[in-house]
Design a binder for this molecule. Structure first.
Ligand code: PLP
Length: 305
């Protein structure tokens, strides 16, 4: 019952943590030719529930397809492997799961046709991504990568240099997180989160054409909002709408539902998490641990299967 990972799943095998290594010539290390996922499993009452496992693995395979990397395992095989690695590690804590498909060692050239494709699933104990609830953010000087250059729809390793630039800038300037605009100047998303805006009771979020990663938490939250009777619209959002919003929040696997209290030095409404944001935070926190029967199909139990 160790909380430290003992094994990693690599290309069909469970490999001891210390031996889960790659060669220095790994193509992905040099050129970012990798796609990955971030998945959470929540520990509750002795059970570990993986949140929307299948949807994450589908997105992983789609990301590989966009990068023209041929995935070696099916969605079902990857889901099975994830359960296996969690069980084998016997986690008794909440976990972050990182599946990755990457181009392995071969020639130094860009064309990876003859390089092996490798697959790994790593799981780590994990709790909160942000140390606090309620963030001070700014609009980044970096723009979100457009589909015509580096497709943000793919969760590709290379894309995260864009997010890292924005995160580093925000942190150095004393903010908790960055919001990136797209190449047309509309709001895209956070460095590692999707964004929602509430105004006059209507919940808006940028569409997939605003250079976002199509978040699985975003999809879950839109479903919860609609089930609660709220109107949800996917539409282009201008920067100044952020300043005059009634509520703003981020969503993401790591971030969960995270209120934004200040943007570019302007307080959002009264500077406290809004009513709808709080309602969603509370509901989401119950959904992920299996306390909401209606959404149990989103969960994969690890130990009782
Ligand atoms: C750039 C970016 N946008 C949005 C998200 C949210 O996506 P998801 O809810 O699927 O975790 C993430 C996190 O994975 C991300 O890295």
């Amino acid at each position: 019952m160790s909380e430290k990972p003992s094994v990693v799943w690599m290309d069909g095998e469970l490999v001891p943590w210390e031996e889960a290594k790659v060669h220095i010539m790994t193509h992905a290390l040099h050129y970012g030719s990798a796609v990955f996922e971030g998945i959470r499993a929540y520990h509750h009452n002795g059970e570990l529930y993986i949140f929307r496992l299948k949807e994450h693995m589908k997105r992983l395979i789609d990301s590989a397809k966009i990068l023209d990397i041929s995935a070696k395992y099916s969605v079902d095989q990857l889901c099975e492997a994830t359960v296996r690695v969690l069980r084998e590690n016997r986690f008794q804590t909440s976990v972050y799961i990182r599946p990755i498909i990457f181009v392995g060692a071969g020639g130094i050239g860009l064309d990876f046709s003859n390089n092996p494709v490798q697959t790994a699933i790593i799981a780590l104990p994990f709790s909160k991504y942000f140390a606090k609830t309620g963030l001070r953010v700014h609009v980044s000087s970096w723009r979100r990568i457009p589909d015509s250059s580096l497709p943000p729809k793919a969760k590709a390793a290379a894309n995260y240099v864009n997010s890292i630039l924005a995160t580093r800038e925000a942190k150095k300037a004393g903010y908790d997180e960055a919001i990136l605009l797209d190449h047309h100047g509309y709001v895209s998303e956070g460095a590692g989160e999707n964004l929602f805006l509430v105004k006059d009771g209507i919940i808006s979020t940028p569409p997939i054409t605003a250079s976002i990663l199509e978040g699985i938490t975003r999809n879950s939250i839109m479903t919860l909002c609609r089930d609660l009777g709220y109107r949800v619209v996917e539409r282009m959002i201008s920067r100044t709408e952020l300043y005059t919003a009634d509520e703003l929040f981020f969503t993401g696997t790591a971030a969960e539902v995270q209120p934004i209290l200040e943007v570019d030095g302007r307080r959002i409404a009264d500077g406290n998490p809004g009513r709808i944001t709080k309602q969603l935070m509370e509901l989401y926190s119950r959904v992920v641990i299996g306390e909401e029967e209606k959404y149990r199909s989103w969960l994969t139990p690890v130990y009782s299967r």
